[in-house]
Design a protein around this ligand. Structure first.
Ligand code: KMH
Ligand code: ZN
Length: 311
């Protein structure tokens, strides 16, 4: 049946580094332009991380976020989804600072502690723009991405129950869906849950059609009618598995946060280009892209007027 499909675009993230793509947005104006372009191309949710504008290093500074959040908000009605994952090298308080400050309509919530290995990217490059890039990649060999039960419960209570933000529940493996189901049984989260199946991050489940089928089967069994899903696959798997997600009845996430390329393997020159690609596929499959207010309705978001003013 034809339906509305939500496109999330994650425009910069904290995985890839400036050496890896000249198109990765880094400064406030670049992140704002990338987000506005993605929204114009059909993304109804923009998933946001910040970077230090001088070095391009992933940042959790509210000042850096404020270099682009008000600009995007002024130019578009897209849902702004603030990352609470930041990067695995940040403290939880750093990661939560901006979501606490603005109480957004949506924020990400990572459903378990895990290895989050991006060190293998290092071997692909020789000449780095910045010394911090290979150092940061190496650091992920000896750190874990910490999201304990206590961390998750604090975020659910503070940002969710008190602040009214809804979550993009990032599930990198089957156990993360079990954890979400536990919170559903406890009454700590309520339908409609927005579950992001994350495939292809080293340390999480691999990016394959079989794994996506298994994750969906698991979520169907554990979450029943209480959830909607979206598919995020890293690197070259992004568009193929997002397409499969649409066919399975889900929504999609694209953006340079998770892949710098477009099939069949060229560099994506913008976030909007990836949005346009998946939008074309969605429409060719007979569906429509959800507009921001339709996404708000589908996910029962609190609305833009309930977000703290951006200052
Ligand atoms: N880039 C994703 C695989 C977050 O922002 O909370 C991880 C992510 C985490 O999006
Ligand atoms: Zn993210």
């Amino acid at each position: 049946m034809p339906r509305k499909v939500i496109i999330t675009c994650a425009v910069t993230g904290s995985i890839y580094t400036p050496t890896m793509s000249e198109y990765l947005p880094v400064t406030g104006p670049e992140i704002a332009d990338a987000s506005i372009g993605a929204a114009q191309a059909g993304a109804s949710i923009i998933h946001l991380h910040a970077r230090d504008p001088e070095s391009g290093r992933p940042s959790a500074s509210t000042e850096h976020f404020m270099n682009f959040i008000p600009v995007i908000d002024q130019a578009s009605d897209a849902v702004l989804n603030i990352s609470t994952g930041g990067s695995s090298l940040m403290t939880l308080d750093q990661r939560l600072a901006t979501a606490r400050h603005i109480s957004p309509e949506m924020c990400s919530l990572n459903m378990g502690s895990m290895n989050f290995g991006i060190f293998t990217l290092k071997q692909r490059y020789d000449n780095w723009k910045h010394d911090w890039e290979p150092e940061l990649l190496d650091a992920t060999r000896k750190t874990t991405f910490q999201n304990t039960y206590e961390d998750i419960e604090m975020i659910l209570a503070e940002l969710g129950q008190q602040g009214g933000s809804k979550f993009e529940f990032e599930c990198y493996d089957m156990g993360h869906i079990e954890t979400l189901a536990y919170y559903l049984r406890q009454g700590m989260v309520k339908a409609p849950l927005y579950v992001q199946f994350v495939l292809g991050v080293m340390g999480g489940i691999g990016a394959s059609p079989e794994n996506l089928m298994a994750m969906k089967a698991s979520a169907d069994r554990l979450l029943g009618d209480n959830y909607q899903f979206s598919v995020l696959a890293a690197g070259k798997h992004q568009i193929p598995l997002a397409t499969m997600g649409v066919i399975l009845g889900g929504n999609v996430r694209v953006g340079l946060e998770d892949s710098l390329t477009l099939p069949p393997g060229r560099m994506a020159t913008s976030n909007a280009e990836q949005v346009e690609k998946i939008r074309t596929i969605i429409e060719e499959l007979g569906h429509e892209v959800a507009k921001p207010d339709e996404a708000r309705e589908m996910l029962e978001l609190k609305g833009r007027d309930k977000v703290n003013r951006y200052s």
